[in-house]
Design a protein around this ligand. Structure first.
Ligand SMILES: [Zn+2]
Ligand SMILES: [Zn+2]
Length: 269
């Protein structure tokens, strides 16, 4: 399957997953205006009309800001948790309620929702299994910490898009007011580089081919710090794949194939 992270960060998030077997694509979050979505999709070689559904992680602005207008324009059905629908204050009209108990089948993918600890009503991450190949991709961002239970669910992945939001030192000594520093660093805030690296090391195995680090803070992080922390953590582990960093303002693309097939990460489309 082909994955396009159209953009990621506190100014907007959206990811397209295409099973590439003629069943359309899935959009994860819709935090960009339709005009921006359309132009980034074009760069990624995705046609908006081929999106057959949107699944939402949670109701924060950077994940749903373009949803209403995009759905009016392209008539995409939406799946979200009850908490996300209620807390969105009418911005999310979900034709399907996501629950952790029951997987959703869409675009040739089996979609499992996994609860994430975040200051939202009912935030979730996703494990997407490609029905034809069995390849597994996880998308996990906007979480204050990770748990052993989550790491257990994330075993045996082929690829993961995971939050690596802030460098702890940059956040501590940076310009944010104290209440915001406490929120970001708190157990329901955002995942630090150190925590993301530790999670990646815990779930690493030979079959994990791609790690994409996402939702970087533009104030409290740099791509260099993110990559450095991750490479140090994975040194000596079974991981032999590639590591990429998602950007706020341009898409990156990678493909996931059955074991042994080529996987490539195209930076800066
Ligand atoms: Zn966010
Ligand atoms: Zn959030």
């Amino acid at each position: 399957m082909k994955v396009d992270v159209l953009g990621s960060g506190s100014r907007g998030n959206a990811i397209v997953v295409d099973g590439q077997d003629g069943q359309g694509c899935l959009l994860v979050d819709c935090g960009f205006a339709p005009r921006v979505l359309a132009s980034r999709m074009k760069l990624a070689g995705v046609v908006p009309e081929e999106v057959c559904g949107v699944i939402l992680t949670h109701e924060h602005h950077d994940h749903i800001s373009g949803l209403e207008r995009a759905c009016r324009r392209w008539h995409w059905p939406v799946a979200a948790t009850s908490g996300t629908v209620v807390e969105s204050g009418g911005a999310v009209h979900a034709s399907h309620r996501l629950t952790r108990a029951k997987p959703l089948h869409l675009a040739g993918l089996t979609i499992e929702a996994m609860r994430t600890p975040h200051d939202a009503a009912e935030s979730v991450g996703f494990i997407l299994t490609h029905d034809r190949s069995g390849c597994r991709l996880a998308i996990v961002y906007d979480l204050g910490h990770w748990t052993a239970n989550m790491a257990c669910r994330l075993q045996g992945l082929d690829a993961i898009v995971v939050e690596s939001n802030h460098d702890e030192e940059m956040l501590r000594f940076g310009p944010y007011p104290e209440f915001l520093k406490a929120r970001v660093a708190g157990p329901k805030g955002h995942l630090s580089n150190a925590d993301a690296s530790e999670l990646a090391r815990t779930i690493s195995h030979r079959g994990l081919r791609t790690i994409v680090l996402a939702h970087l803070s533009e104030t409290n992080n740099t791509p260099g710090l993110v990559l450095g922390a991750m490479r140090r953590a994975l040194r000596g582990s079974a991981f032999k794949g590639q590591i990429g960093v998602a950007r706020q303002d341009s898409p990156i693309q990678f493909t996931i194939g059955p074991s042994g097939r080529a996987h490539q990460l195209a930076l800066g489309l």
